[in-house]
Ligand binder design. Structure first.
Ligand SMILES: [Zn+2]
Ligand SMILES: [Zn+2]
Length: 186
Protein backbone atom coordinates (compact mmCIF):
# COMPACT_ATOMS: atom_id res chain seq x y z
CA UNK A 1 0.00 0.00 0.00
CA UNK A 2 1.37 3.38 -0.95
CA UNK A 3 2.07 5.88 1.77
CA UNK A 4 -0.01 9.03 1.34
CA UNK A 5 1.57 11.40 3.79
CA UNK A 6 0.94 14.83 2.34
CA UNK A 7 3.35 17.56 3.32
CA UNK A 8 3.24 21.28 2.79
CA UNK A 9 6.11 23.68 2.34
CA UNK A 10 6.03 27.42 2.41
CA UNK A 11 7.02 29.38 -0.63
CA UNK A 12 8.63 32.78 -0.38
CA UNK A 13 5.94 35.06 1.06
CA UNK A 14 6.16 38.58 -0.36
CA UNK A 15 6.10 41.43 2.14
CA UNK A 16 2.85 42.77 0.68
CA UNK A 17 1.15 39.35 0.38
CA UNK A 18 -2.63 39.24 0.34
CA UNK A 19 -3.41 38.20 3.92
CA UNK A 20 -6.73 36.58 3.07
CA UNK A 21 -5.16 34.46 0.33
CA UNK A 22 -2.35 33.55 2.69
CA UNK A 23 -4.43 32.53 5.68
CA UNK A 24 -7.61 31.21 4.11
CA UNK A 25 -6.84 30.71 0.45
CA UNK A 26 -3.99 28.27 0.85
CA UNK A 27 -1.66 30.42 -1.22
CA UNK A 28 2.14 30.54 -1.01
CA UNK A 29 2.40 26.82 -0.29
CA UNK A 30 3.74 23.83 -2.19
CA UNK A 31 2.27 20.39 -1.60
CA UNK A 32 3.64 16.92 -2.15
CA UNK A 33 2.57 13.37 -1.35
CA UNK A 34 4.89 10.50 -0.50
CA UNK A 35 3.24 8.45 -3.26
CA UNK A 36 4.53 10.92 -5.89
CA UNK A 37 1.16 12.09 -7.21
CA UNK A 38 1.68 15.64 -8.51
CA UNK A 39 -0.12 18.17 -6.33
CA UNK A 40 0.38 21.50 -8.09
CA UNK A 41 -2.36 23.37 -6.21
CA UNK A 42 -4.17 23.41 -2.90
CA UNK A 43 -7.28 22.04 -4.65
CA UNK A 44 -5.45 19.01 -6.06
CA UNK A 45 -3.97 18.39 -2.62
CA UNK A 46 -7.45 18.48 -1.07
CA UNK A 47 -8.80 16.07 -3.68
CA UNK A 48 -5.92 13.69 -3.08
CA UNK A 49 -6.53 13.91 0.69
CA UNK A 50 -10.22 13.08 0.18
CA UNK A 51 -9.49 10.08 -2.05
CA UNK A 52 -7.01 8.72 0.49
CA UNK A 53 -9.47 9.19 3.39
CA UNK A 54 -7.66 12.13 4.95
CA UNK A 55 -9.06 15.40 6.21
CA UNK A 56 -9.21 17.97 3.40
CA UNK A 57 -8.52 20.88 5.76
CA UNK A 58 -5.26 19.66 7.34
CA UNK A 59 -4.47 17.12 4.56
CA UNK A 60 -4.16 14.40 7.18
CA UNK A 61 -1.57 16.09 9.37
CA UNK A 62 -4.10 16.95 12.15
CA UNK A 63 -2.40 20.34 12.38
CA UNK A 64 -3.02 23.53 10.57
CA UNK A 65 -0.11 25.89 9.97
CA UNK A 66 -1.86 29.23 9.62
CA UNK A 67 1.24 31.25 8.88
CA UNK A 68 4.84 30.02 8.92
CA UNK A 69 5.65 28.98 12.47
CA UNK A 70 2.13 29.24 13.85
CA UNK A 71 0.46 25.83 14.12
CA UNK A 72 -2.86 24.95 15.66
CA UNK A 73 -4.79 21.69 15.93
CA UNK A 74 -7.11 21.12 12.98
CA UNK A 75 -10.66 21.93 14.03
CA UNK A 76 -12.26 20.40 10.93
CA UNK A 77 -11.41 16.81 11.90
CA UNK A 78 -11.05 17.22 15.69
CA UNK A 79 -7.29 16.87 15.12
CA UNK A 80 -7.52 13.28 13.88
CA UNK A 81 -6.50 13.94 10.28
CA UNK A 82 -9.24 11.58 9.11
CA UNK A 83 -11.81 12.27 6.43
CA UNK A 84 -14.61 10.26 8.06
CA UNK A 85 -14.25 12.25 11.29
CA UNK A 86 -14.26 15.46 9.25
CA UNK A 87 -17.52 14.38 7.56
CA UNK A 88 -19.14 13.61 10.93
CA UNK A 89 -18.09 17.04 12.18
CA UNK A 90 -19.49 18.70 9.06
CA UNK A 91 -22.88 17.19 9.84
CA UNK A 92 -22.52 18.25 13.48
CA UNK A 93 -21.69 21.79 12.37
CA UNK A 94 -24.85 21.89 10.28
CA UNK A 95 -26.84 20.63 13.25
CA UNK A 96 -25.27 23.26 15.54
CA UNK A 97 -26.35 25.95 13.05
CA UNK A 98 -29.92 24.66 13.25
CA UNK A 99 -30.24 24.46 17.03
CA UNK A 100 -28.05 27.38 18.13
CA UNK A 101 -29.89 30.37 16.76
CA UNK A 102 -29.18 34.06 17.16
CA UNK A 103 -32.36 34.33 19.22
CA UNK A 104 -31.12 31.70 21.65
CA UNK A 105 -27.72 33.36 22.04
CA UNK A 106 -29.32 36.79 22.51
CA UNK A 107 -31.42 35.34 25.34
CA UNK A 108 -28.34 33.82 26.94
CA UNK A 109 -26.23 36.97 26.88
CA UNK A 110 -29.16 38.94 28.31
CA UNK A 111 -28.50 37.05 31.53
CA UNK A 112 -24.98 38.52 31.77
CA UNK A 113 -25.18 41.98 33.30
CA UNK A 114 -21.52 42.80 32.57
CA UNK A 115 -18.85 41.58 30.15
CA UNK A 116 -18.80 37.91 29.21
CA UNK A 117 -16.37 35.52 27.63
CA UNK A 118 -16.94 33.25 24.65
CA UNK A 119 -16.39 30.18 26.85
CA UNK A 120 -19.04 31.37 29.33
CA UNK A 121 -21.65 31.85 26.62
CA UNK A 122 -20.73 28.50 25.06
CA UNK A 123 -21.12 26.75 28.43
CA UNK A 124 -24.45 28.45 29.07
CA UNK A 125 -25.63 27.48 25.57
CA UNK A 126 -24.60 23.89 26.12
CA UNK A 127 -26.48 23.64 29.38
CA UNK A 128 -29.53 25.49 27.98
CA UNK A 129 -29.74 22.82 25.27
CA UNK A 130 -28.72 19.98 27.55
CA UNK A 131 -25.80 19.11 25.25
CA UNK A 132 -22.93 17.00 26.56
CA UNK A 133 -19.44 18.39 25.91
CA UNK A 134 -18.12 17.32 22.49
CA UNK A 135 -21.54 16.46 21.06
CA UNK A 136 -21.75 19.53 18.79
CA UNK A 137 -19.21 22.24 17.92
CA UNK A 138 -20.91 24.77 20.20
CA UNK A 139 -17.96 27.14 20.67
CA UNK A 140 -17.34 27.92 16.98
CA UNK A 141 -21.06 28.42 16.31
CA UNK A 142 -21.49 30.71 19.34
CA UNK A 143 -18.38 32.65 18.30
CA UNK A 144 -19.80 33.22 14.81
CA UNK A 145 -23.09 34.48 16.24
CA UNK A 146 -21.38 36.79 18.73
CA UNK A 147 -19.27 38.22 15.89
CA UNK A 148 -22.50 38.74 13.98
CA UNK A 149 -24.03 40.66 16.89
CA UNK A 150 -20.81 42.63 17.15
CA UNK A 151 -20.96 43.50 13.44
CA UNK A 152 -24.58 44.58 13.92
CA UNK A 153 -23.50 46.96 16.69
CA UNK A 154 -25.23 45.10 19.54
CA UNK A 155 -21.96 44.02 21.14
CA UNK A 156 -18.53 45.47 21.49
CA UNK A 157 -15.44 43.34 21.87
CA UNK A 158 -13.31 44.20 24.88
CA UNK A 159 -10.39 41.82 24.31
CA UNK A 160 -7.15 42.63 22.65
CA UNK A 161 -6.03 39.90 20.23
CA UNK A 162 -3.96 37.14 21.82
CA UNK A 163 -1.79 36.79 18.77
CA UNK A 164 -0.82 39.05 15.92
CA UNK A 165 0.07 36.71 13.10
CA UNK A 166 0.80 39.26 10.43
CA UNK A 167 0.73 42.61 12.08
CA UNK A 168 -2.75 43.80 12.94
CA UNK A 169 -4.40 42.37 9.82
CA UNK A 170 -4.38 38.68 10.80
CA UNK A 171 -5.08 38.24 14.48
CA UNK A 172 -6.18 35.47 16.76
CA UNK A 173 -8.43 35.47 19.80
CA UNK A 174 -8.49 32.56 22.22
CA UNK A 175 -11.38 33.35 24.55
CA UNK A 176 -12.53 36.86 23.64
CA UNK A 177 -14.68 39.01 25.86
CA UNK A 178 -17.62 41.15 24.77
CA UNK A 179 -20.05 43.52 26.35
CA UNK A 180 -23.53 44.52 25.30
CA UNK A 181 -23.95 48.02 23.92
CA UNK A 182 -26.50 49.71 26.17
CA UNK A 183 -29.73 50.57 24.43
CA UNK A 184 -30.23 54.31 24.06
CA UNK A 185 -32.52 55.53 26.81
CA UNK A 186 -35.76 56.99 25.47
ZN1 LIG B 1 -0.57 9.99 -2.22
ZN1 LIG C 1 -8.06 18.02 9.74
Amino acid sequence: MANHTITMQWDEIPENADDLALVQGGAFRTFRCDCGTPLPTRVTAELHAAETNQCTACLGSADEEVVPGFVRRCSACAATGRRNVQLVWEVARGEAEQVITIKLVRGIIDAFPGPFRLSEVADATRSALGLPVGRLPVGPRVRDLLRELEAAGELVMLSAPDELLRGPSVVLYRDPQWQRVPEPSP
